[in-house]
Structures are given as structure tokens and as C-alpha cells.
Design a protein around this ligand. Structure first.
Ligand code: IMP
Ligand code: MG
Length: 186
């Protein structure tokens, strides 16, 4: 770890879990797959703020299809490291999505509660199709069944930060993903 990175990396366990190079390579592959699947569709890519923001801007540039973009901010009640599944919409979509082929882009699926709420909410608005794309998936932690259509990496049950993911709003601006040292949140 060089000195320039001292501040942002100091609270991580030693090893980077996913480097920026690994993330970029995987996003290229995901972009190719999504490009193929959305041929001829009326695509809207929805970014779930704030966590997915960094992933979103990288992924959409790897998808070679026309699309519109929209943003939704949600907060799920619970402790800082666990979601309760009770989701509040802080900022809703700007445009209706009826008849659209919606791709929801999220940072991480953990219990699955946030996305199962969102999926139901968005489907009720008359989307023609709705798929879920997440950079990270922690399947061990699932509490409700949720089908994930595209995922970047399966990760173990540890609390990770960086590349958009936060703990108490910090670390989102790390270019890589690392495991937060448990003493930071215990
Ligand atoms: P779920 O409803 O339990 O699936 O929670 C998903 C949300 O919890 C994500 O959008 C994140 O905001 C947050 N989250 C879950 N695990 C982590 C993690 O390891 N690091 C950072 N945020 C996480
Ligand atoms: Mg989030």
C-alpha cells in the first residue's frame, strides 16, 4: 500500500478482495452479455443510488445498445451493516417505465430484501420486462428468494466497501473493493 492511499485504505483488511483491474475486466464481459440480450428491446437502465453509482457509470459504457437512464434512491431501515427489508424511496424515477425493458443496476445483493421490494414495486408500474444486475452477490446471506439475472462476483459473507459501497457513507470513493476490518463496525 503506498502512502498516497493511506487514508482511504487504512480501515481495510490487508488484501484487496477485488482490484480495479478485475472489476473492469468483469464489467466488460457483463456488458457484452447484456448487449446481446437487449437487442431490439426498449431499454431503461436504472441506477440504485448511491451504492451502484460507480458500477453503473462503468457498466453502461460497455453496453452497445440504445438506452435511457434513470435513477432511484432508496434507503432500507436497519443497522449500518444489515438491512431490514423495509425500504423507503428517497428519490423516485423521473419517467414512467410502462412498456419498457428495465434493467435494475445494484451494487450488492445481500438478504435480497431490498431488491425483492423494488422488483415488485417496479413491475407494478407495468414494465414489459425487468432484470436485475448486481456487481456483487452474497448468496449465503439470502433471506428471501430472489432471481439475479446478471452478477459480477460471488463474494463470501464479509462486509465489503469501495467502488461505490459504503460503511456509514465512507469508502465509496475507493477504486478497489476490500473487506472492512470488523473492529471498525463492531
Ligand atoms: P439486502 O436488502 O440485504 O439485499 O441489502 C442490500 C443493500 O445492503 C445493498 O444495496 C447495500 O447498500 C447494503 N449492503 C449489503 N452488504 C453490504 C456490504 O458488504 N457492504 C456495503 N453495503 C452492503
Ligand atoms: Mg445500496
Amino acid at each position: 500500500m503506498n502512502n498516497e492511499n493511506r487514508m482511504r485504505y487504512a480501515d481495510l483488511k490487508d488484501e484487496i478482495l477485488l482490484t480495479r483491474e478485475q472489476i473492469a475486466a468483469r464489467i466488460k464481459e457483463m456488458g457484452k452479455e447484456i448487449t446481446k440480450d437487449y437487442e431490439g428491446k426498449d431499454m431503461v437502465a436504472i441506477c440504485i443510488l448511491k451504492g451502484a453509482a460507480v458500477f453503473f457509470v462503468d457498466l453502461i459504457r460497455e453496453i452497445d445498445q440504445h438506452m435511457s437512464l434513470d435513477f432511484m434512491a432508496i434507503s432500507s431501515y436497519g443497522s449500518a451493516t444489515k438491512s431490514s427489508g423495509v425500504v423507503r424511496i428517497l428519490k423516485d424515477l423521473d419517467k414512467p417505465i410502462n412498456g419498457k425493458d428495465v434493467l435494475v443496476i445494484e451494487d450488492i445483493v445481500d438478504s435480497g430484501m431490498t431488491l425483492s421490494f423494488l422488483k415488485e414495486n417496479l413491475m407494478s408500474r407495468g414494465a414489459r420486462s425487468l432484470k436485475i444486475c448486481t456487481l456483487l452477490d452474497k448468496p449465503e446471506r439470502r433471506r428471501v428468494p430472489l432471481h439475479v439475472d446478471y452478477f459480477g462476483f460471488i463474494i463470501p459473507d464479509e462486509f465489503v466497501v469501495g467502488y461505490g459501497l459504503d460503511y456509514a457513507e465512507k469508502y465509496r470513493n475507493l477504486p478497489d473493493i476490500g473487506v472492512l476490518r470488523p473492529e471498525i463496525y463492531e
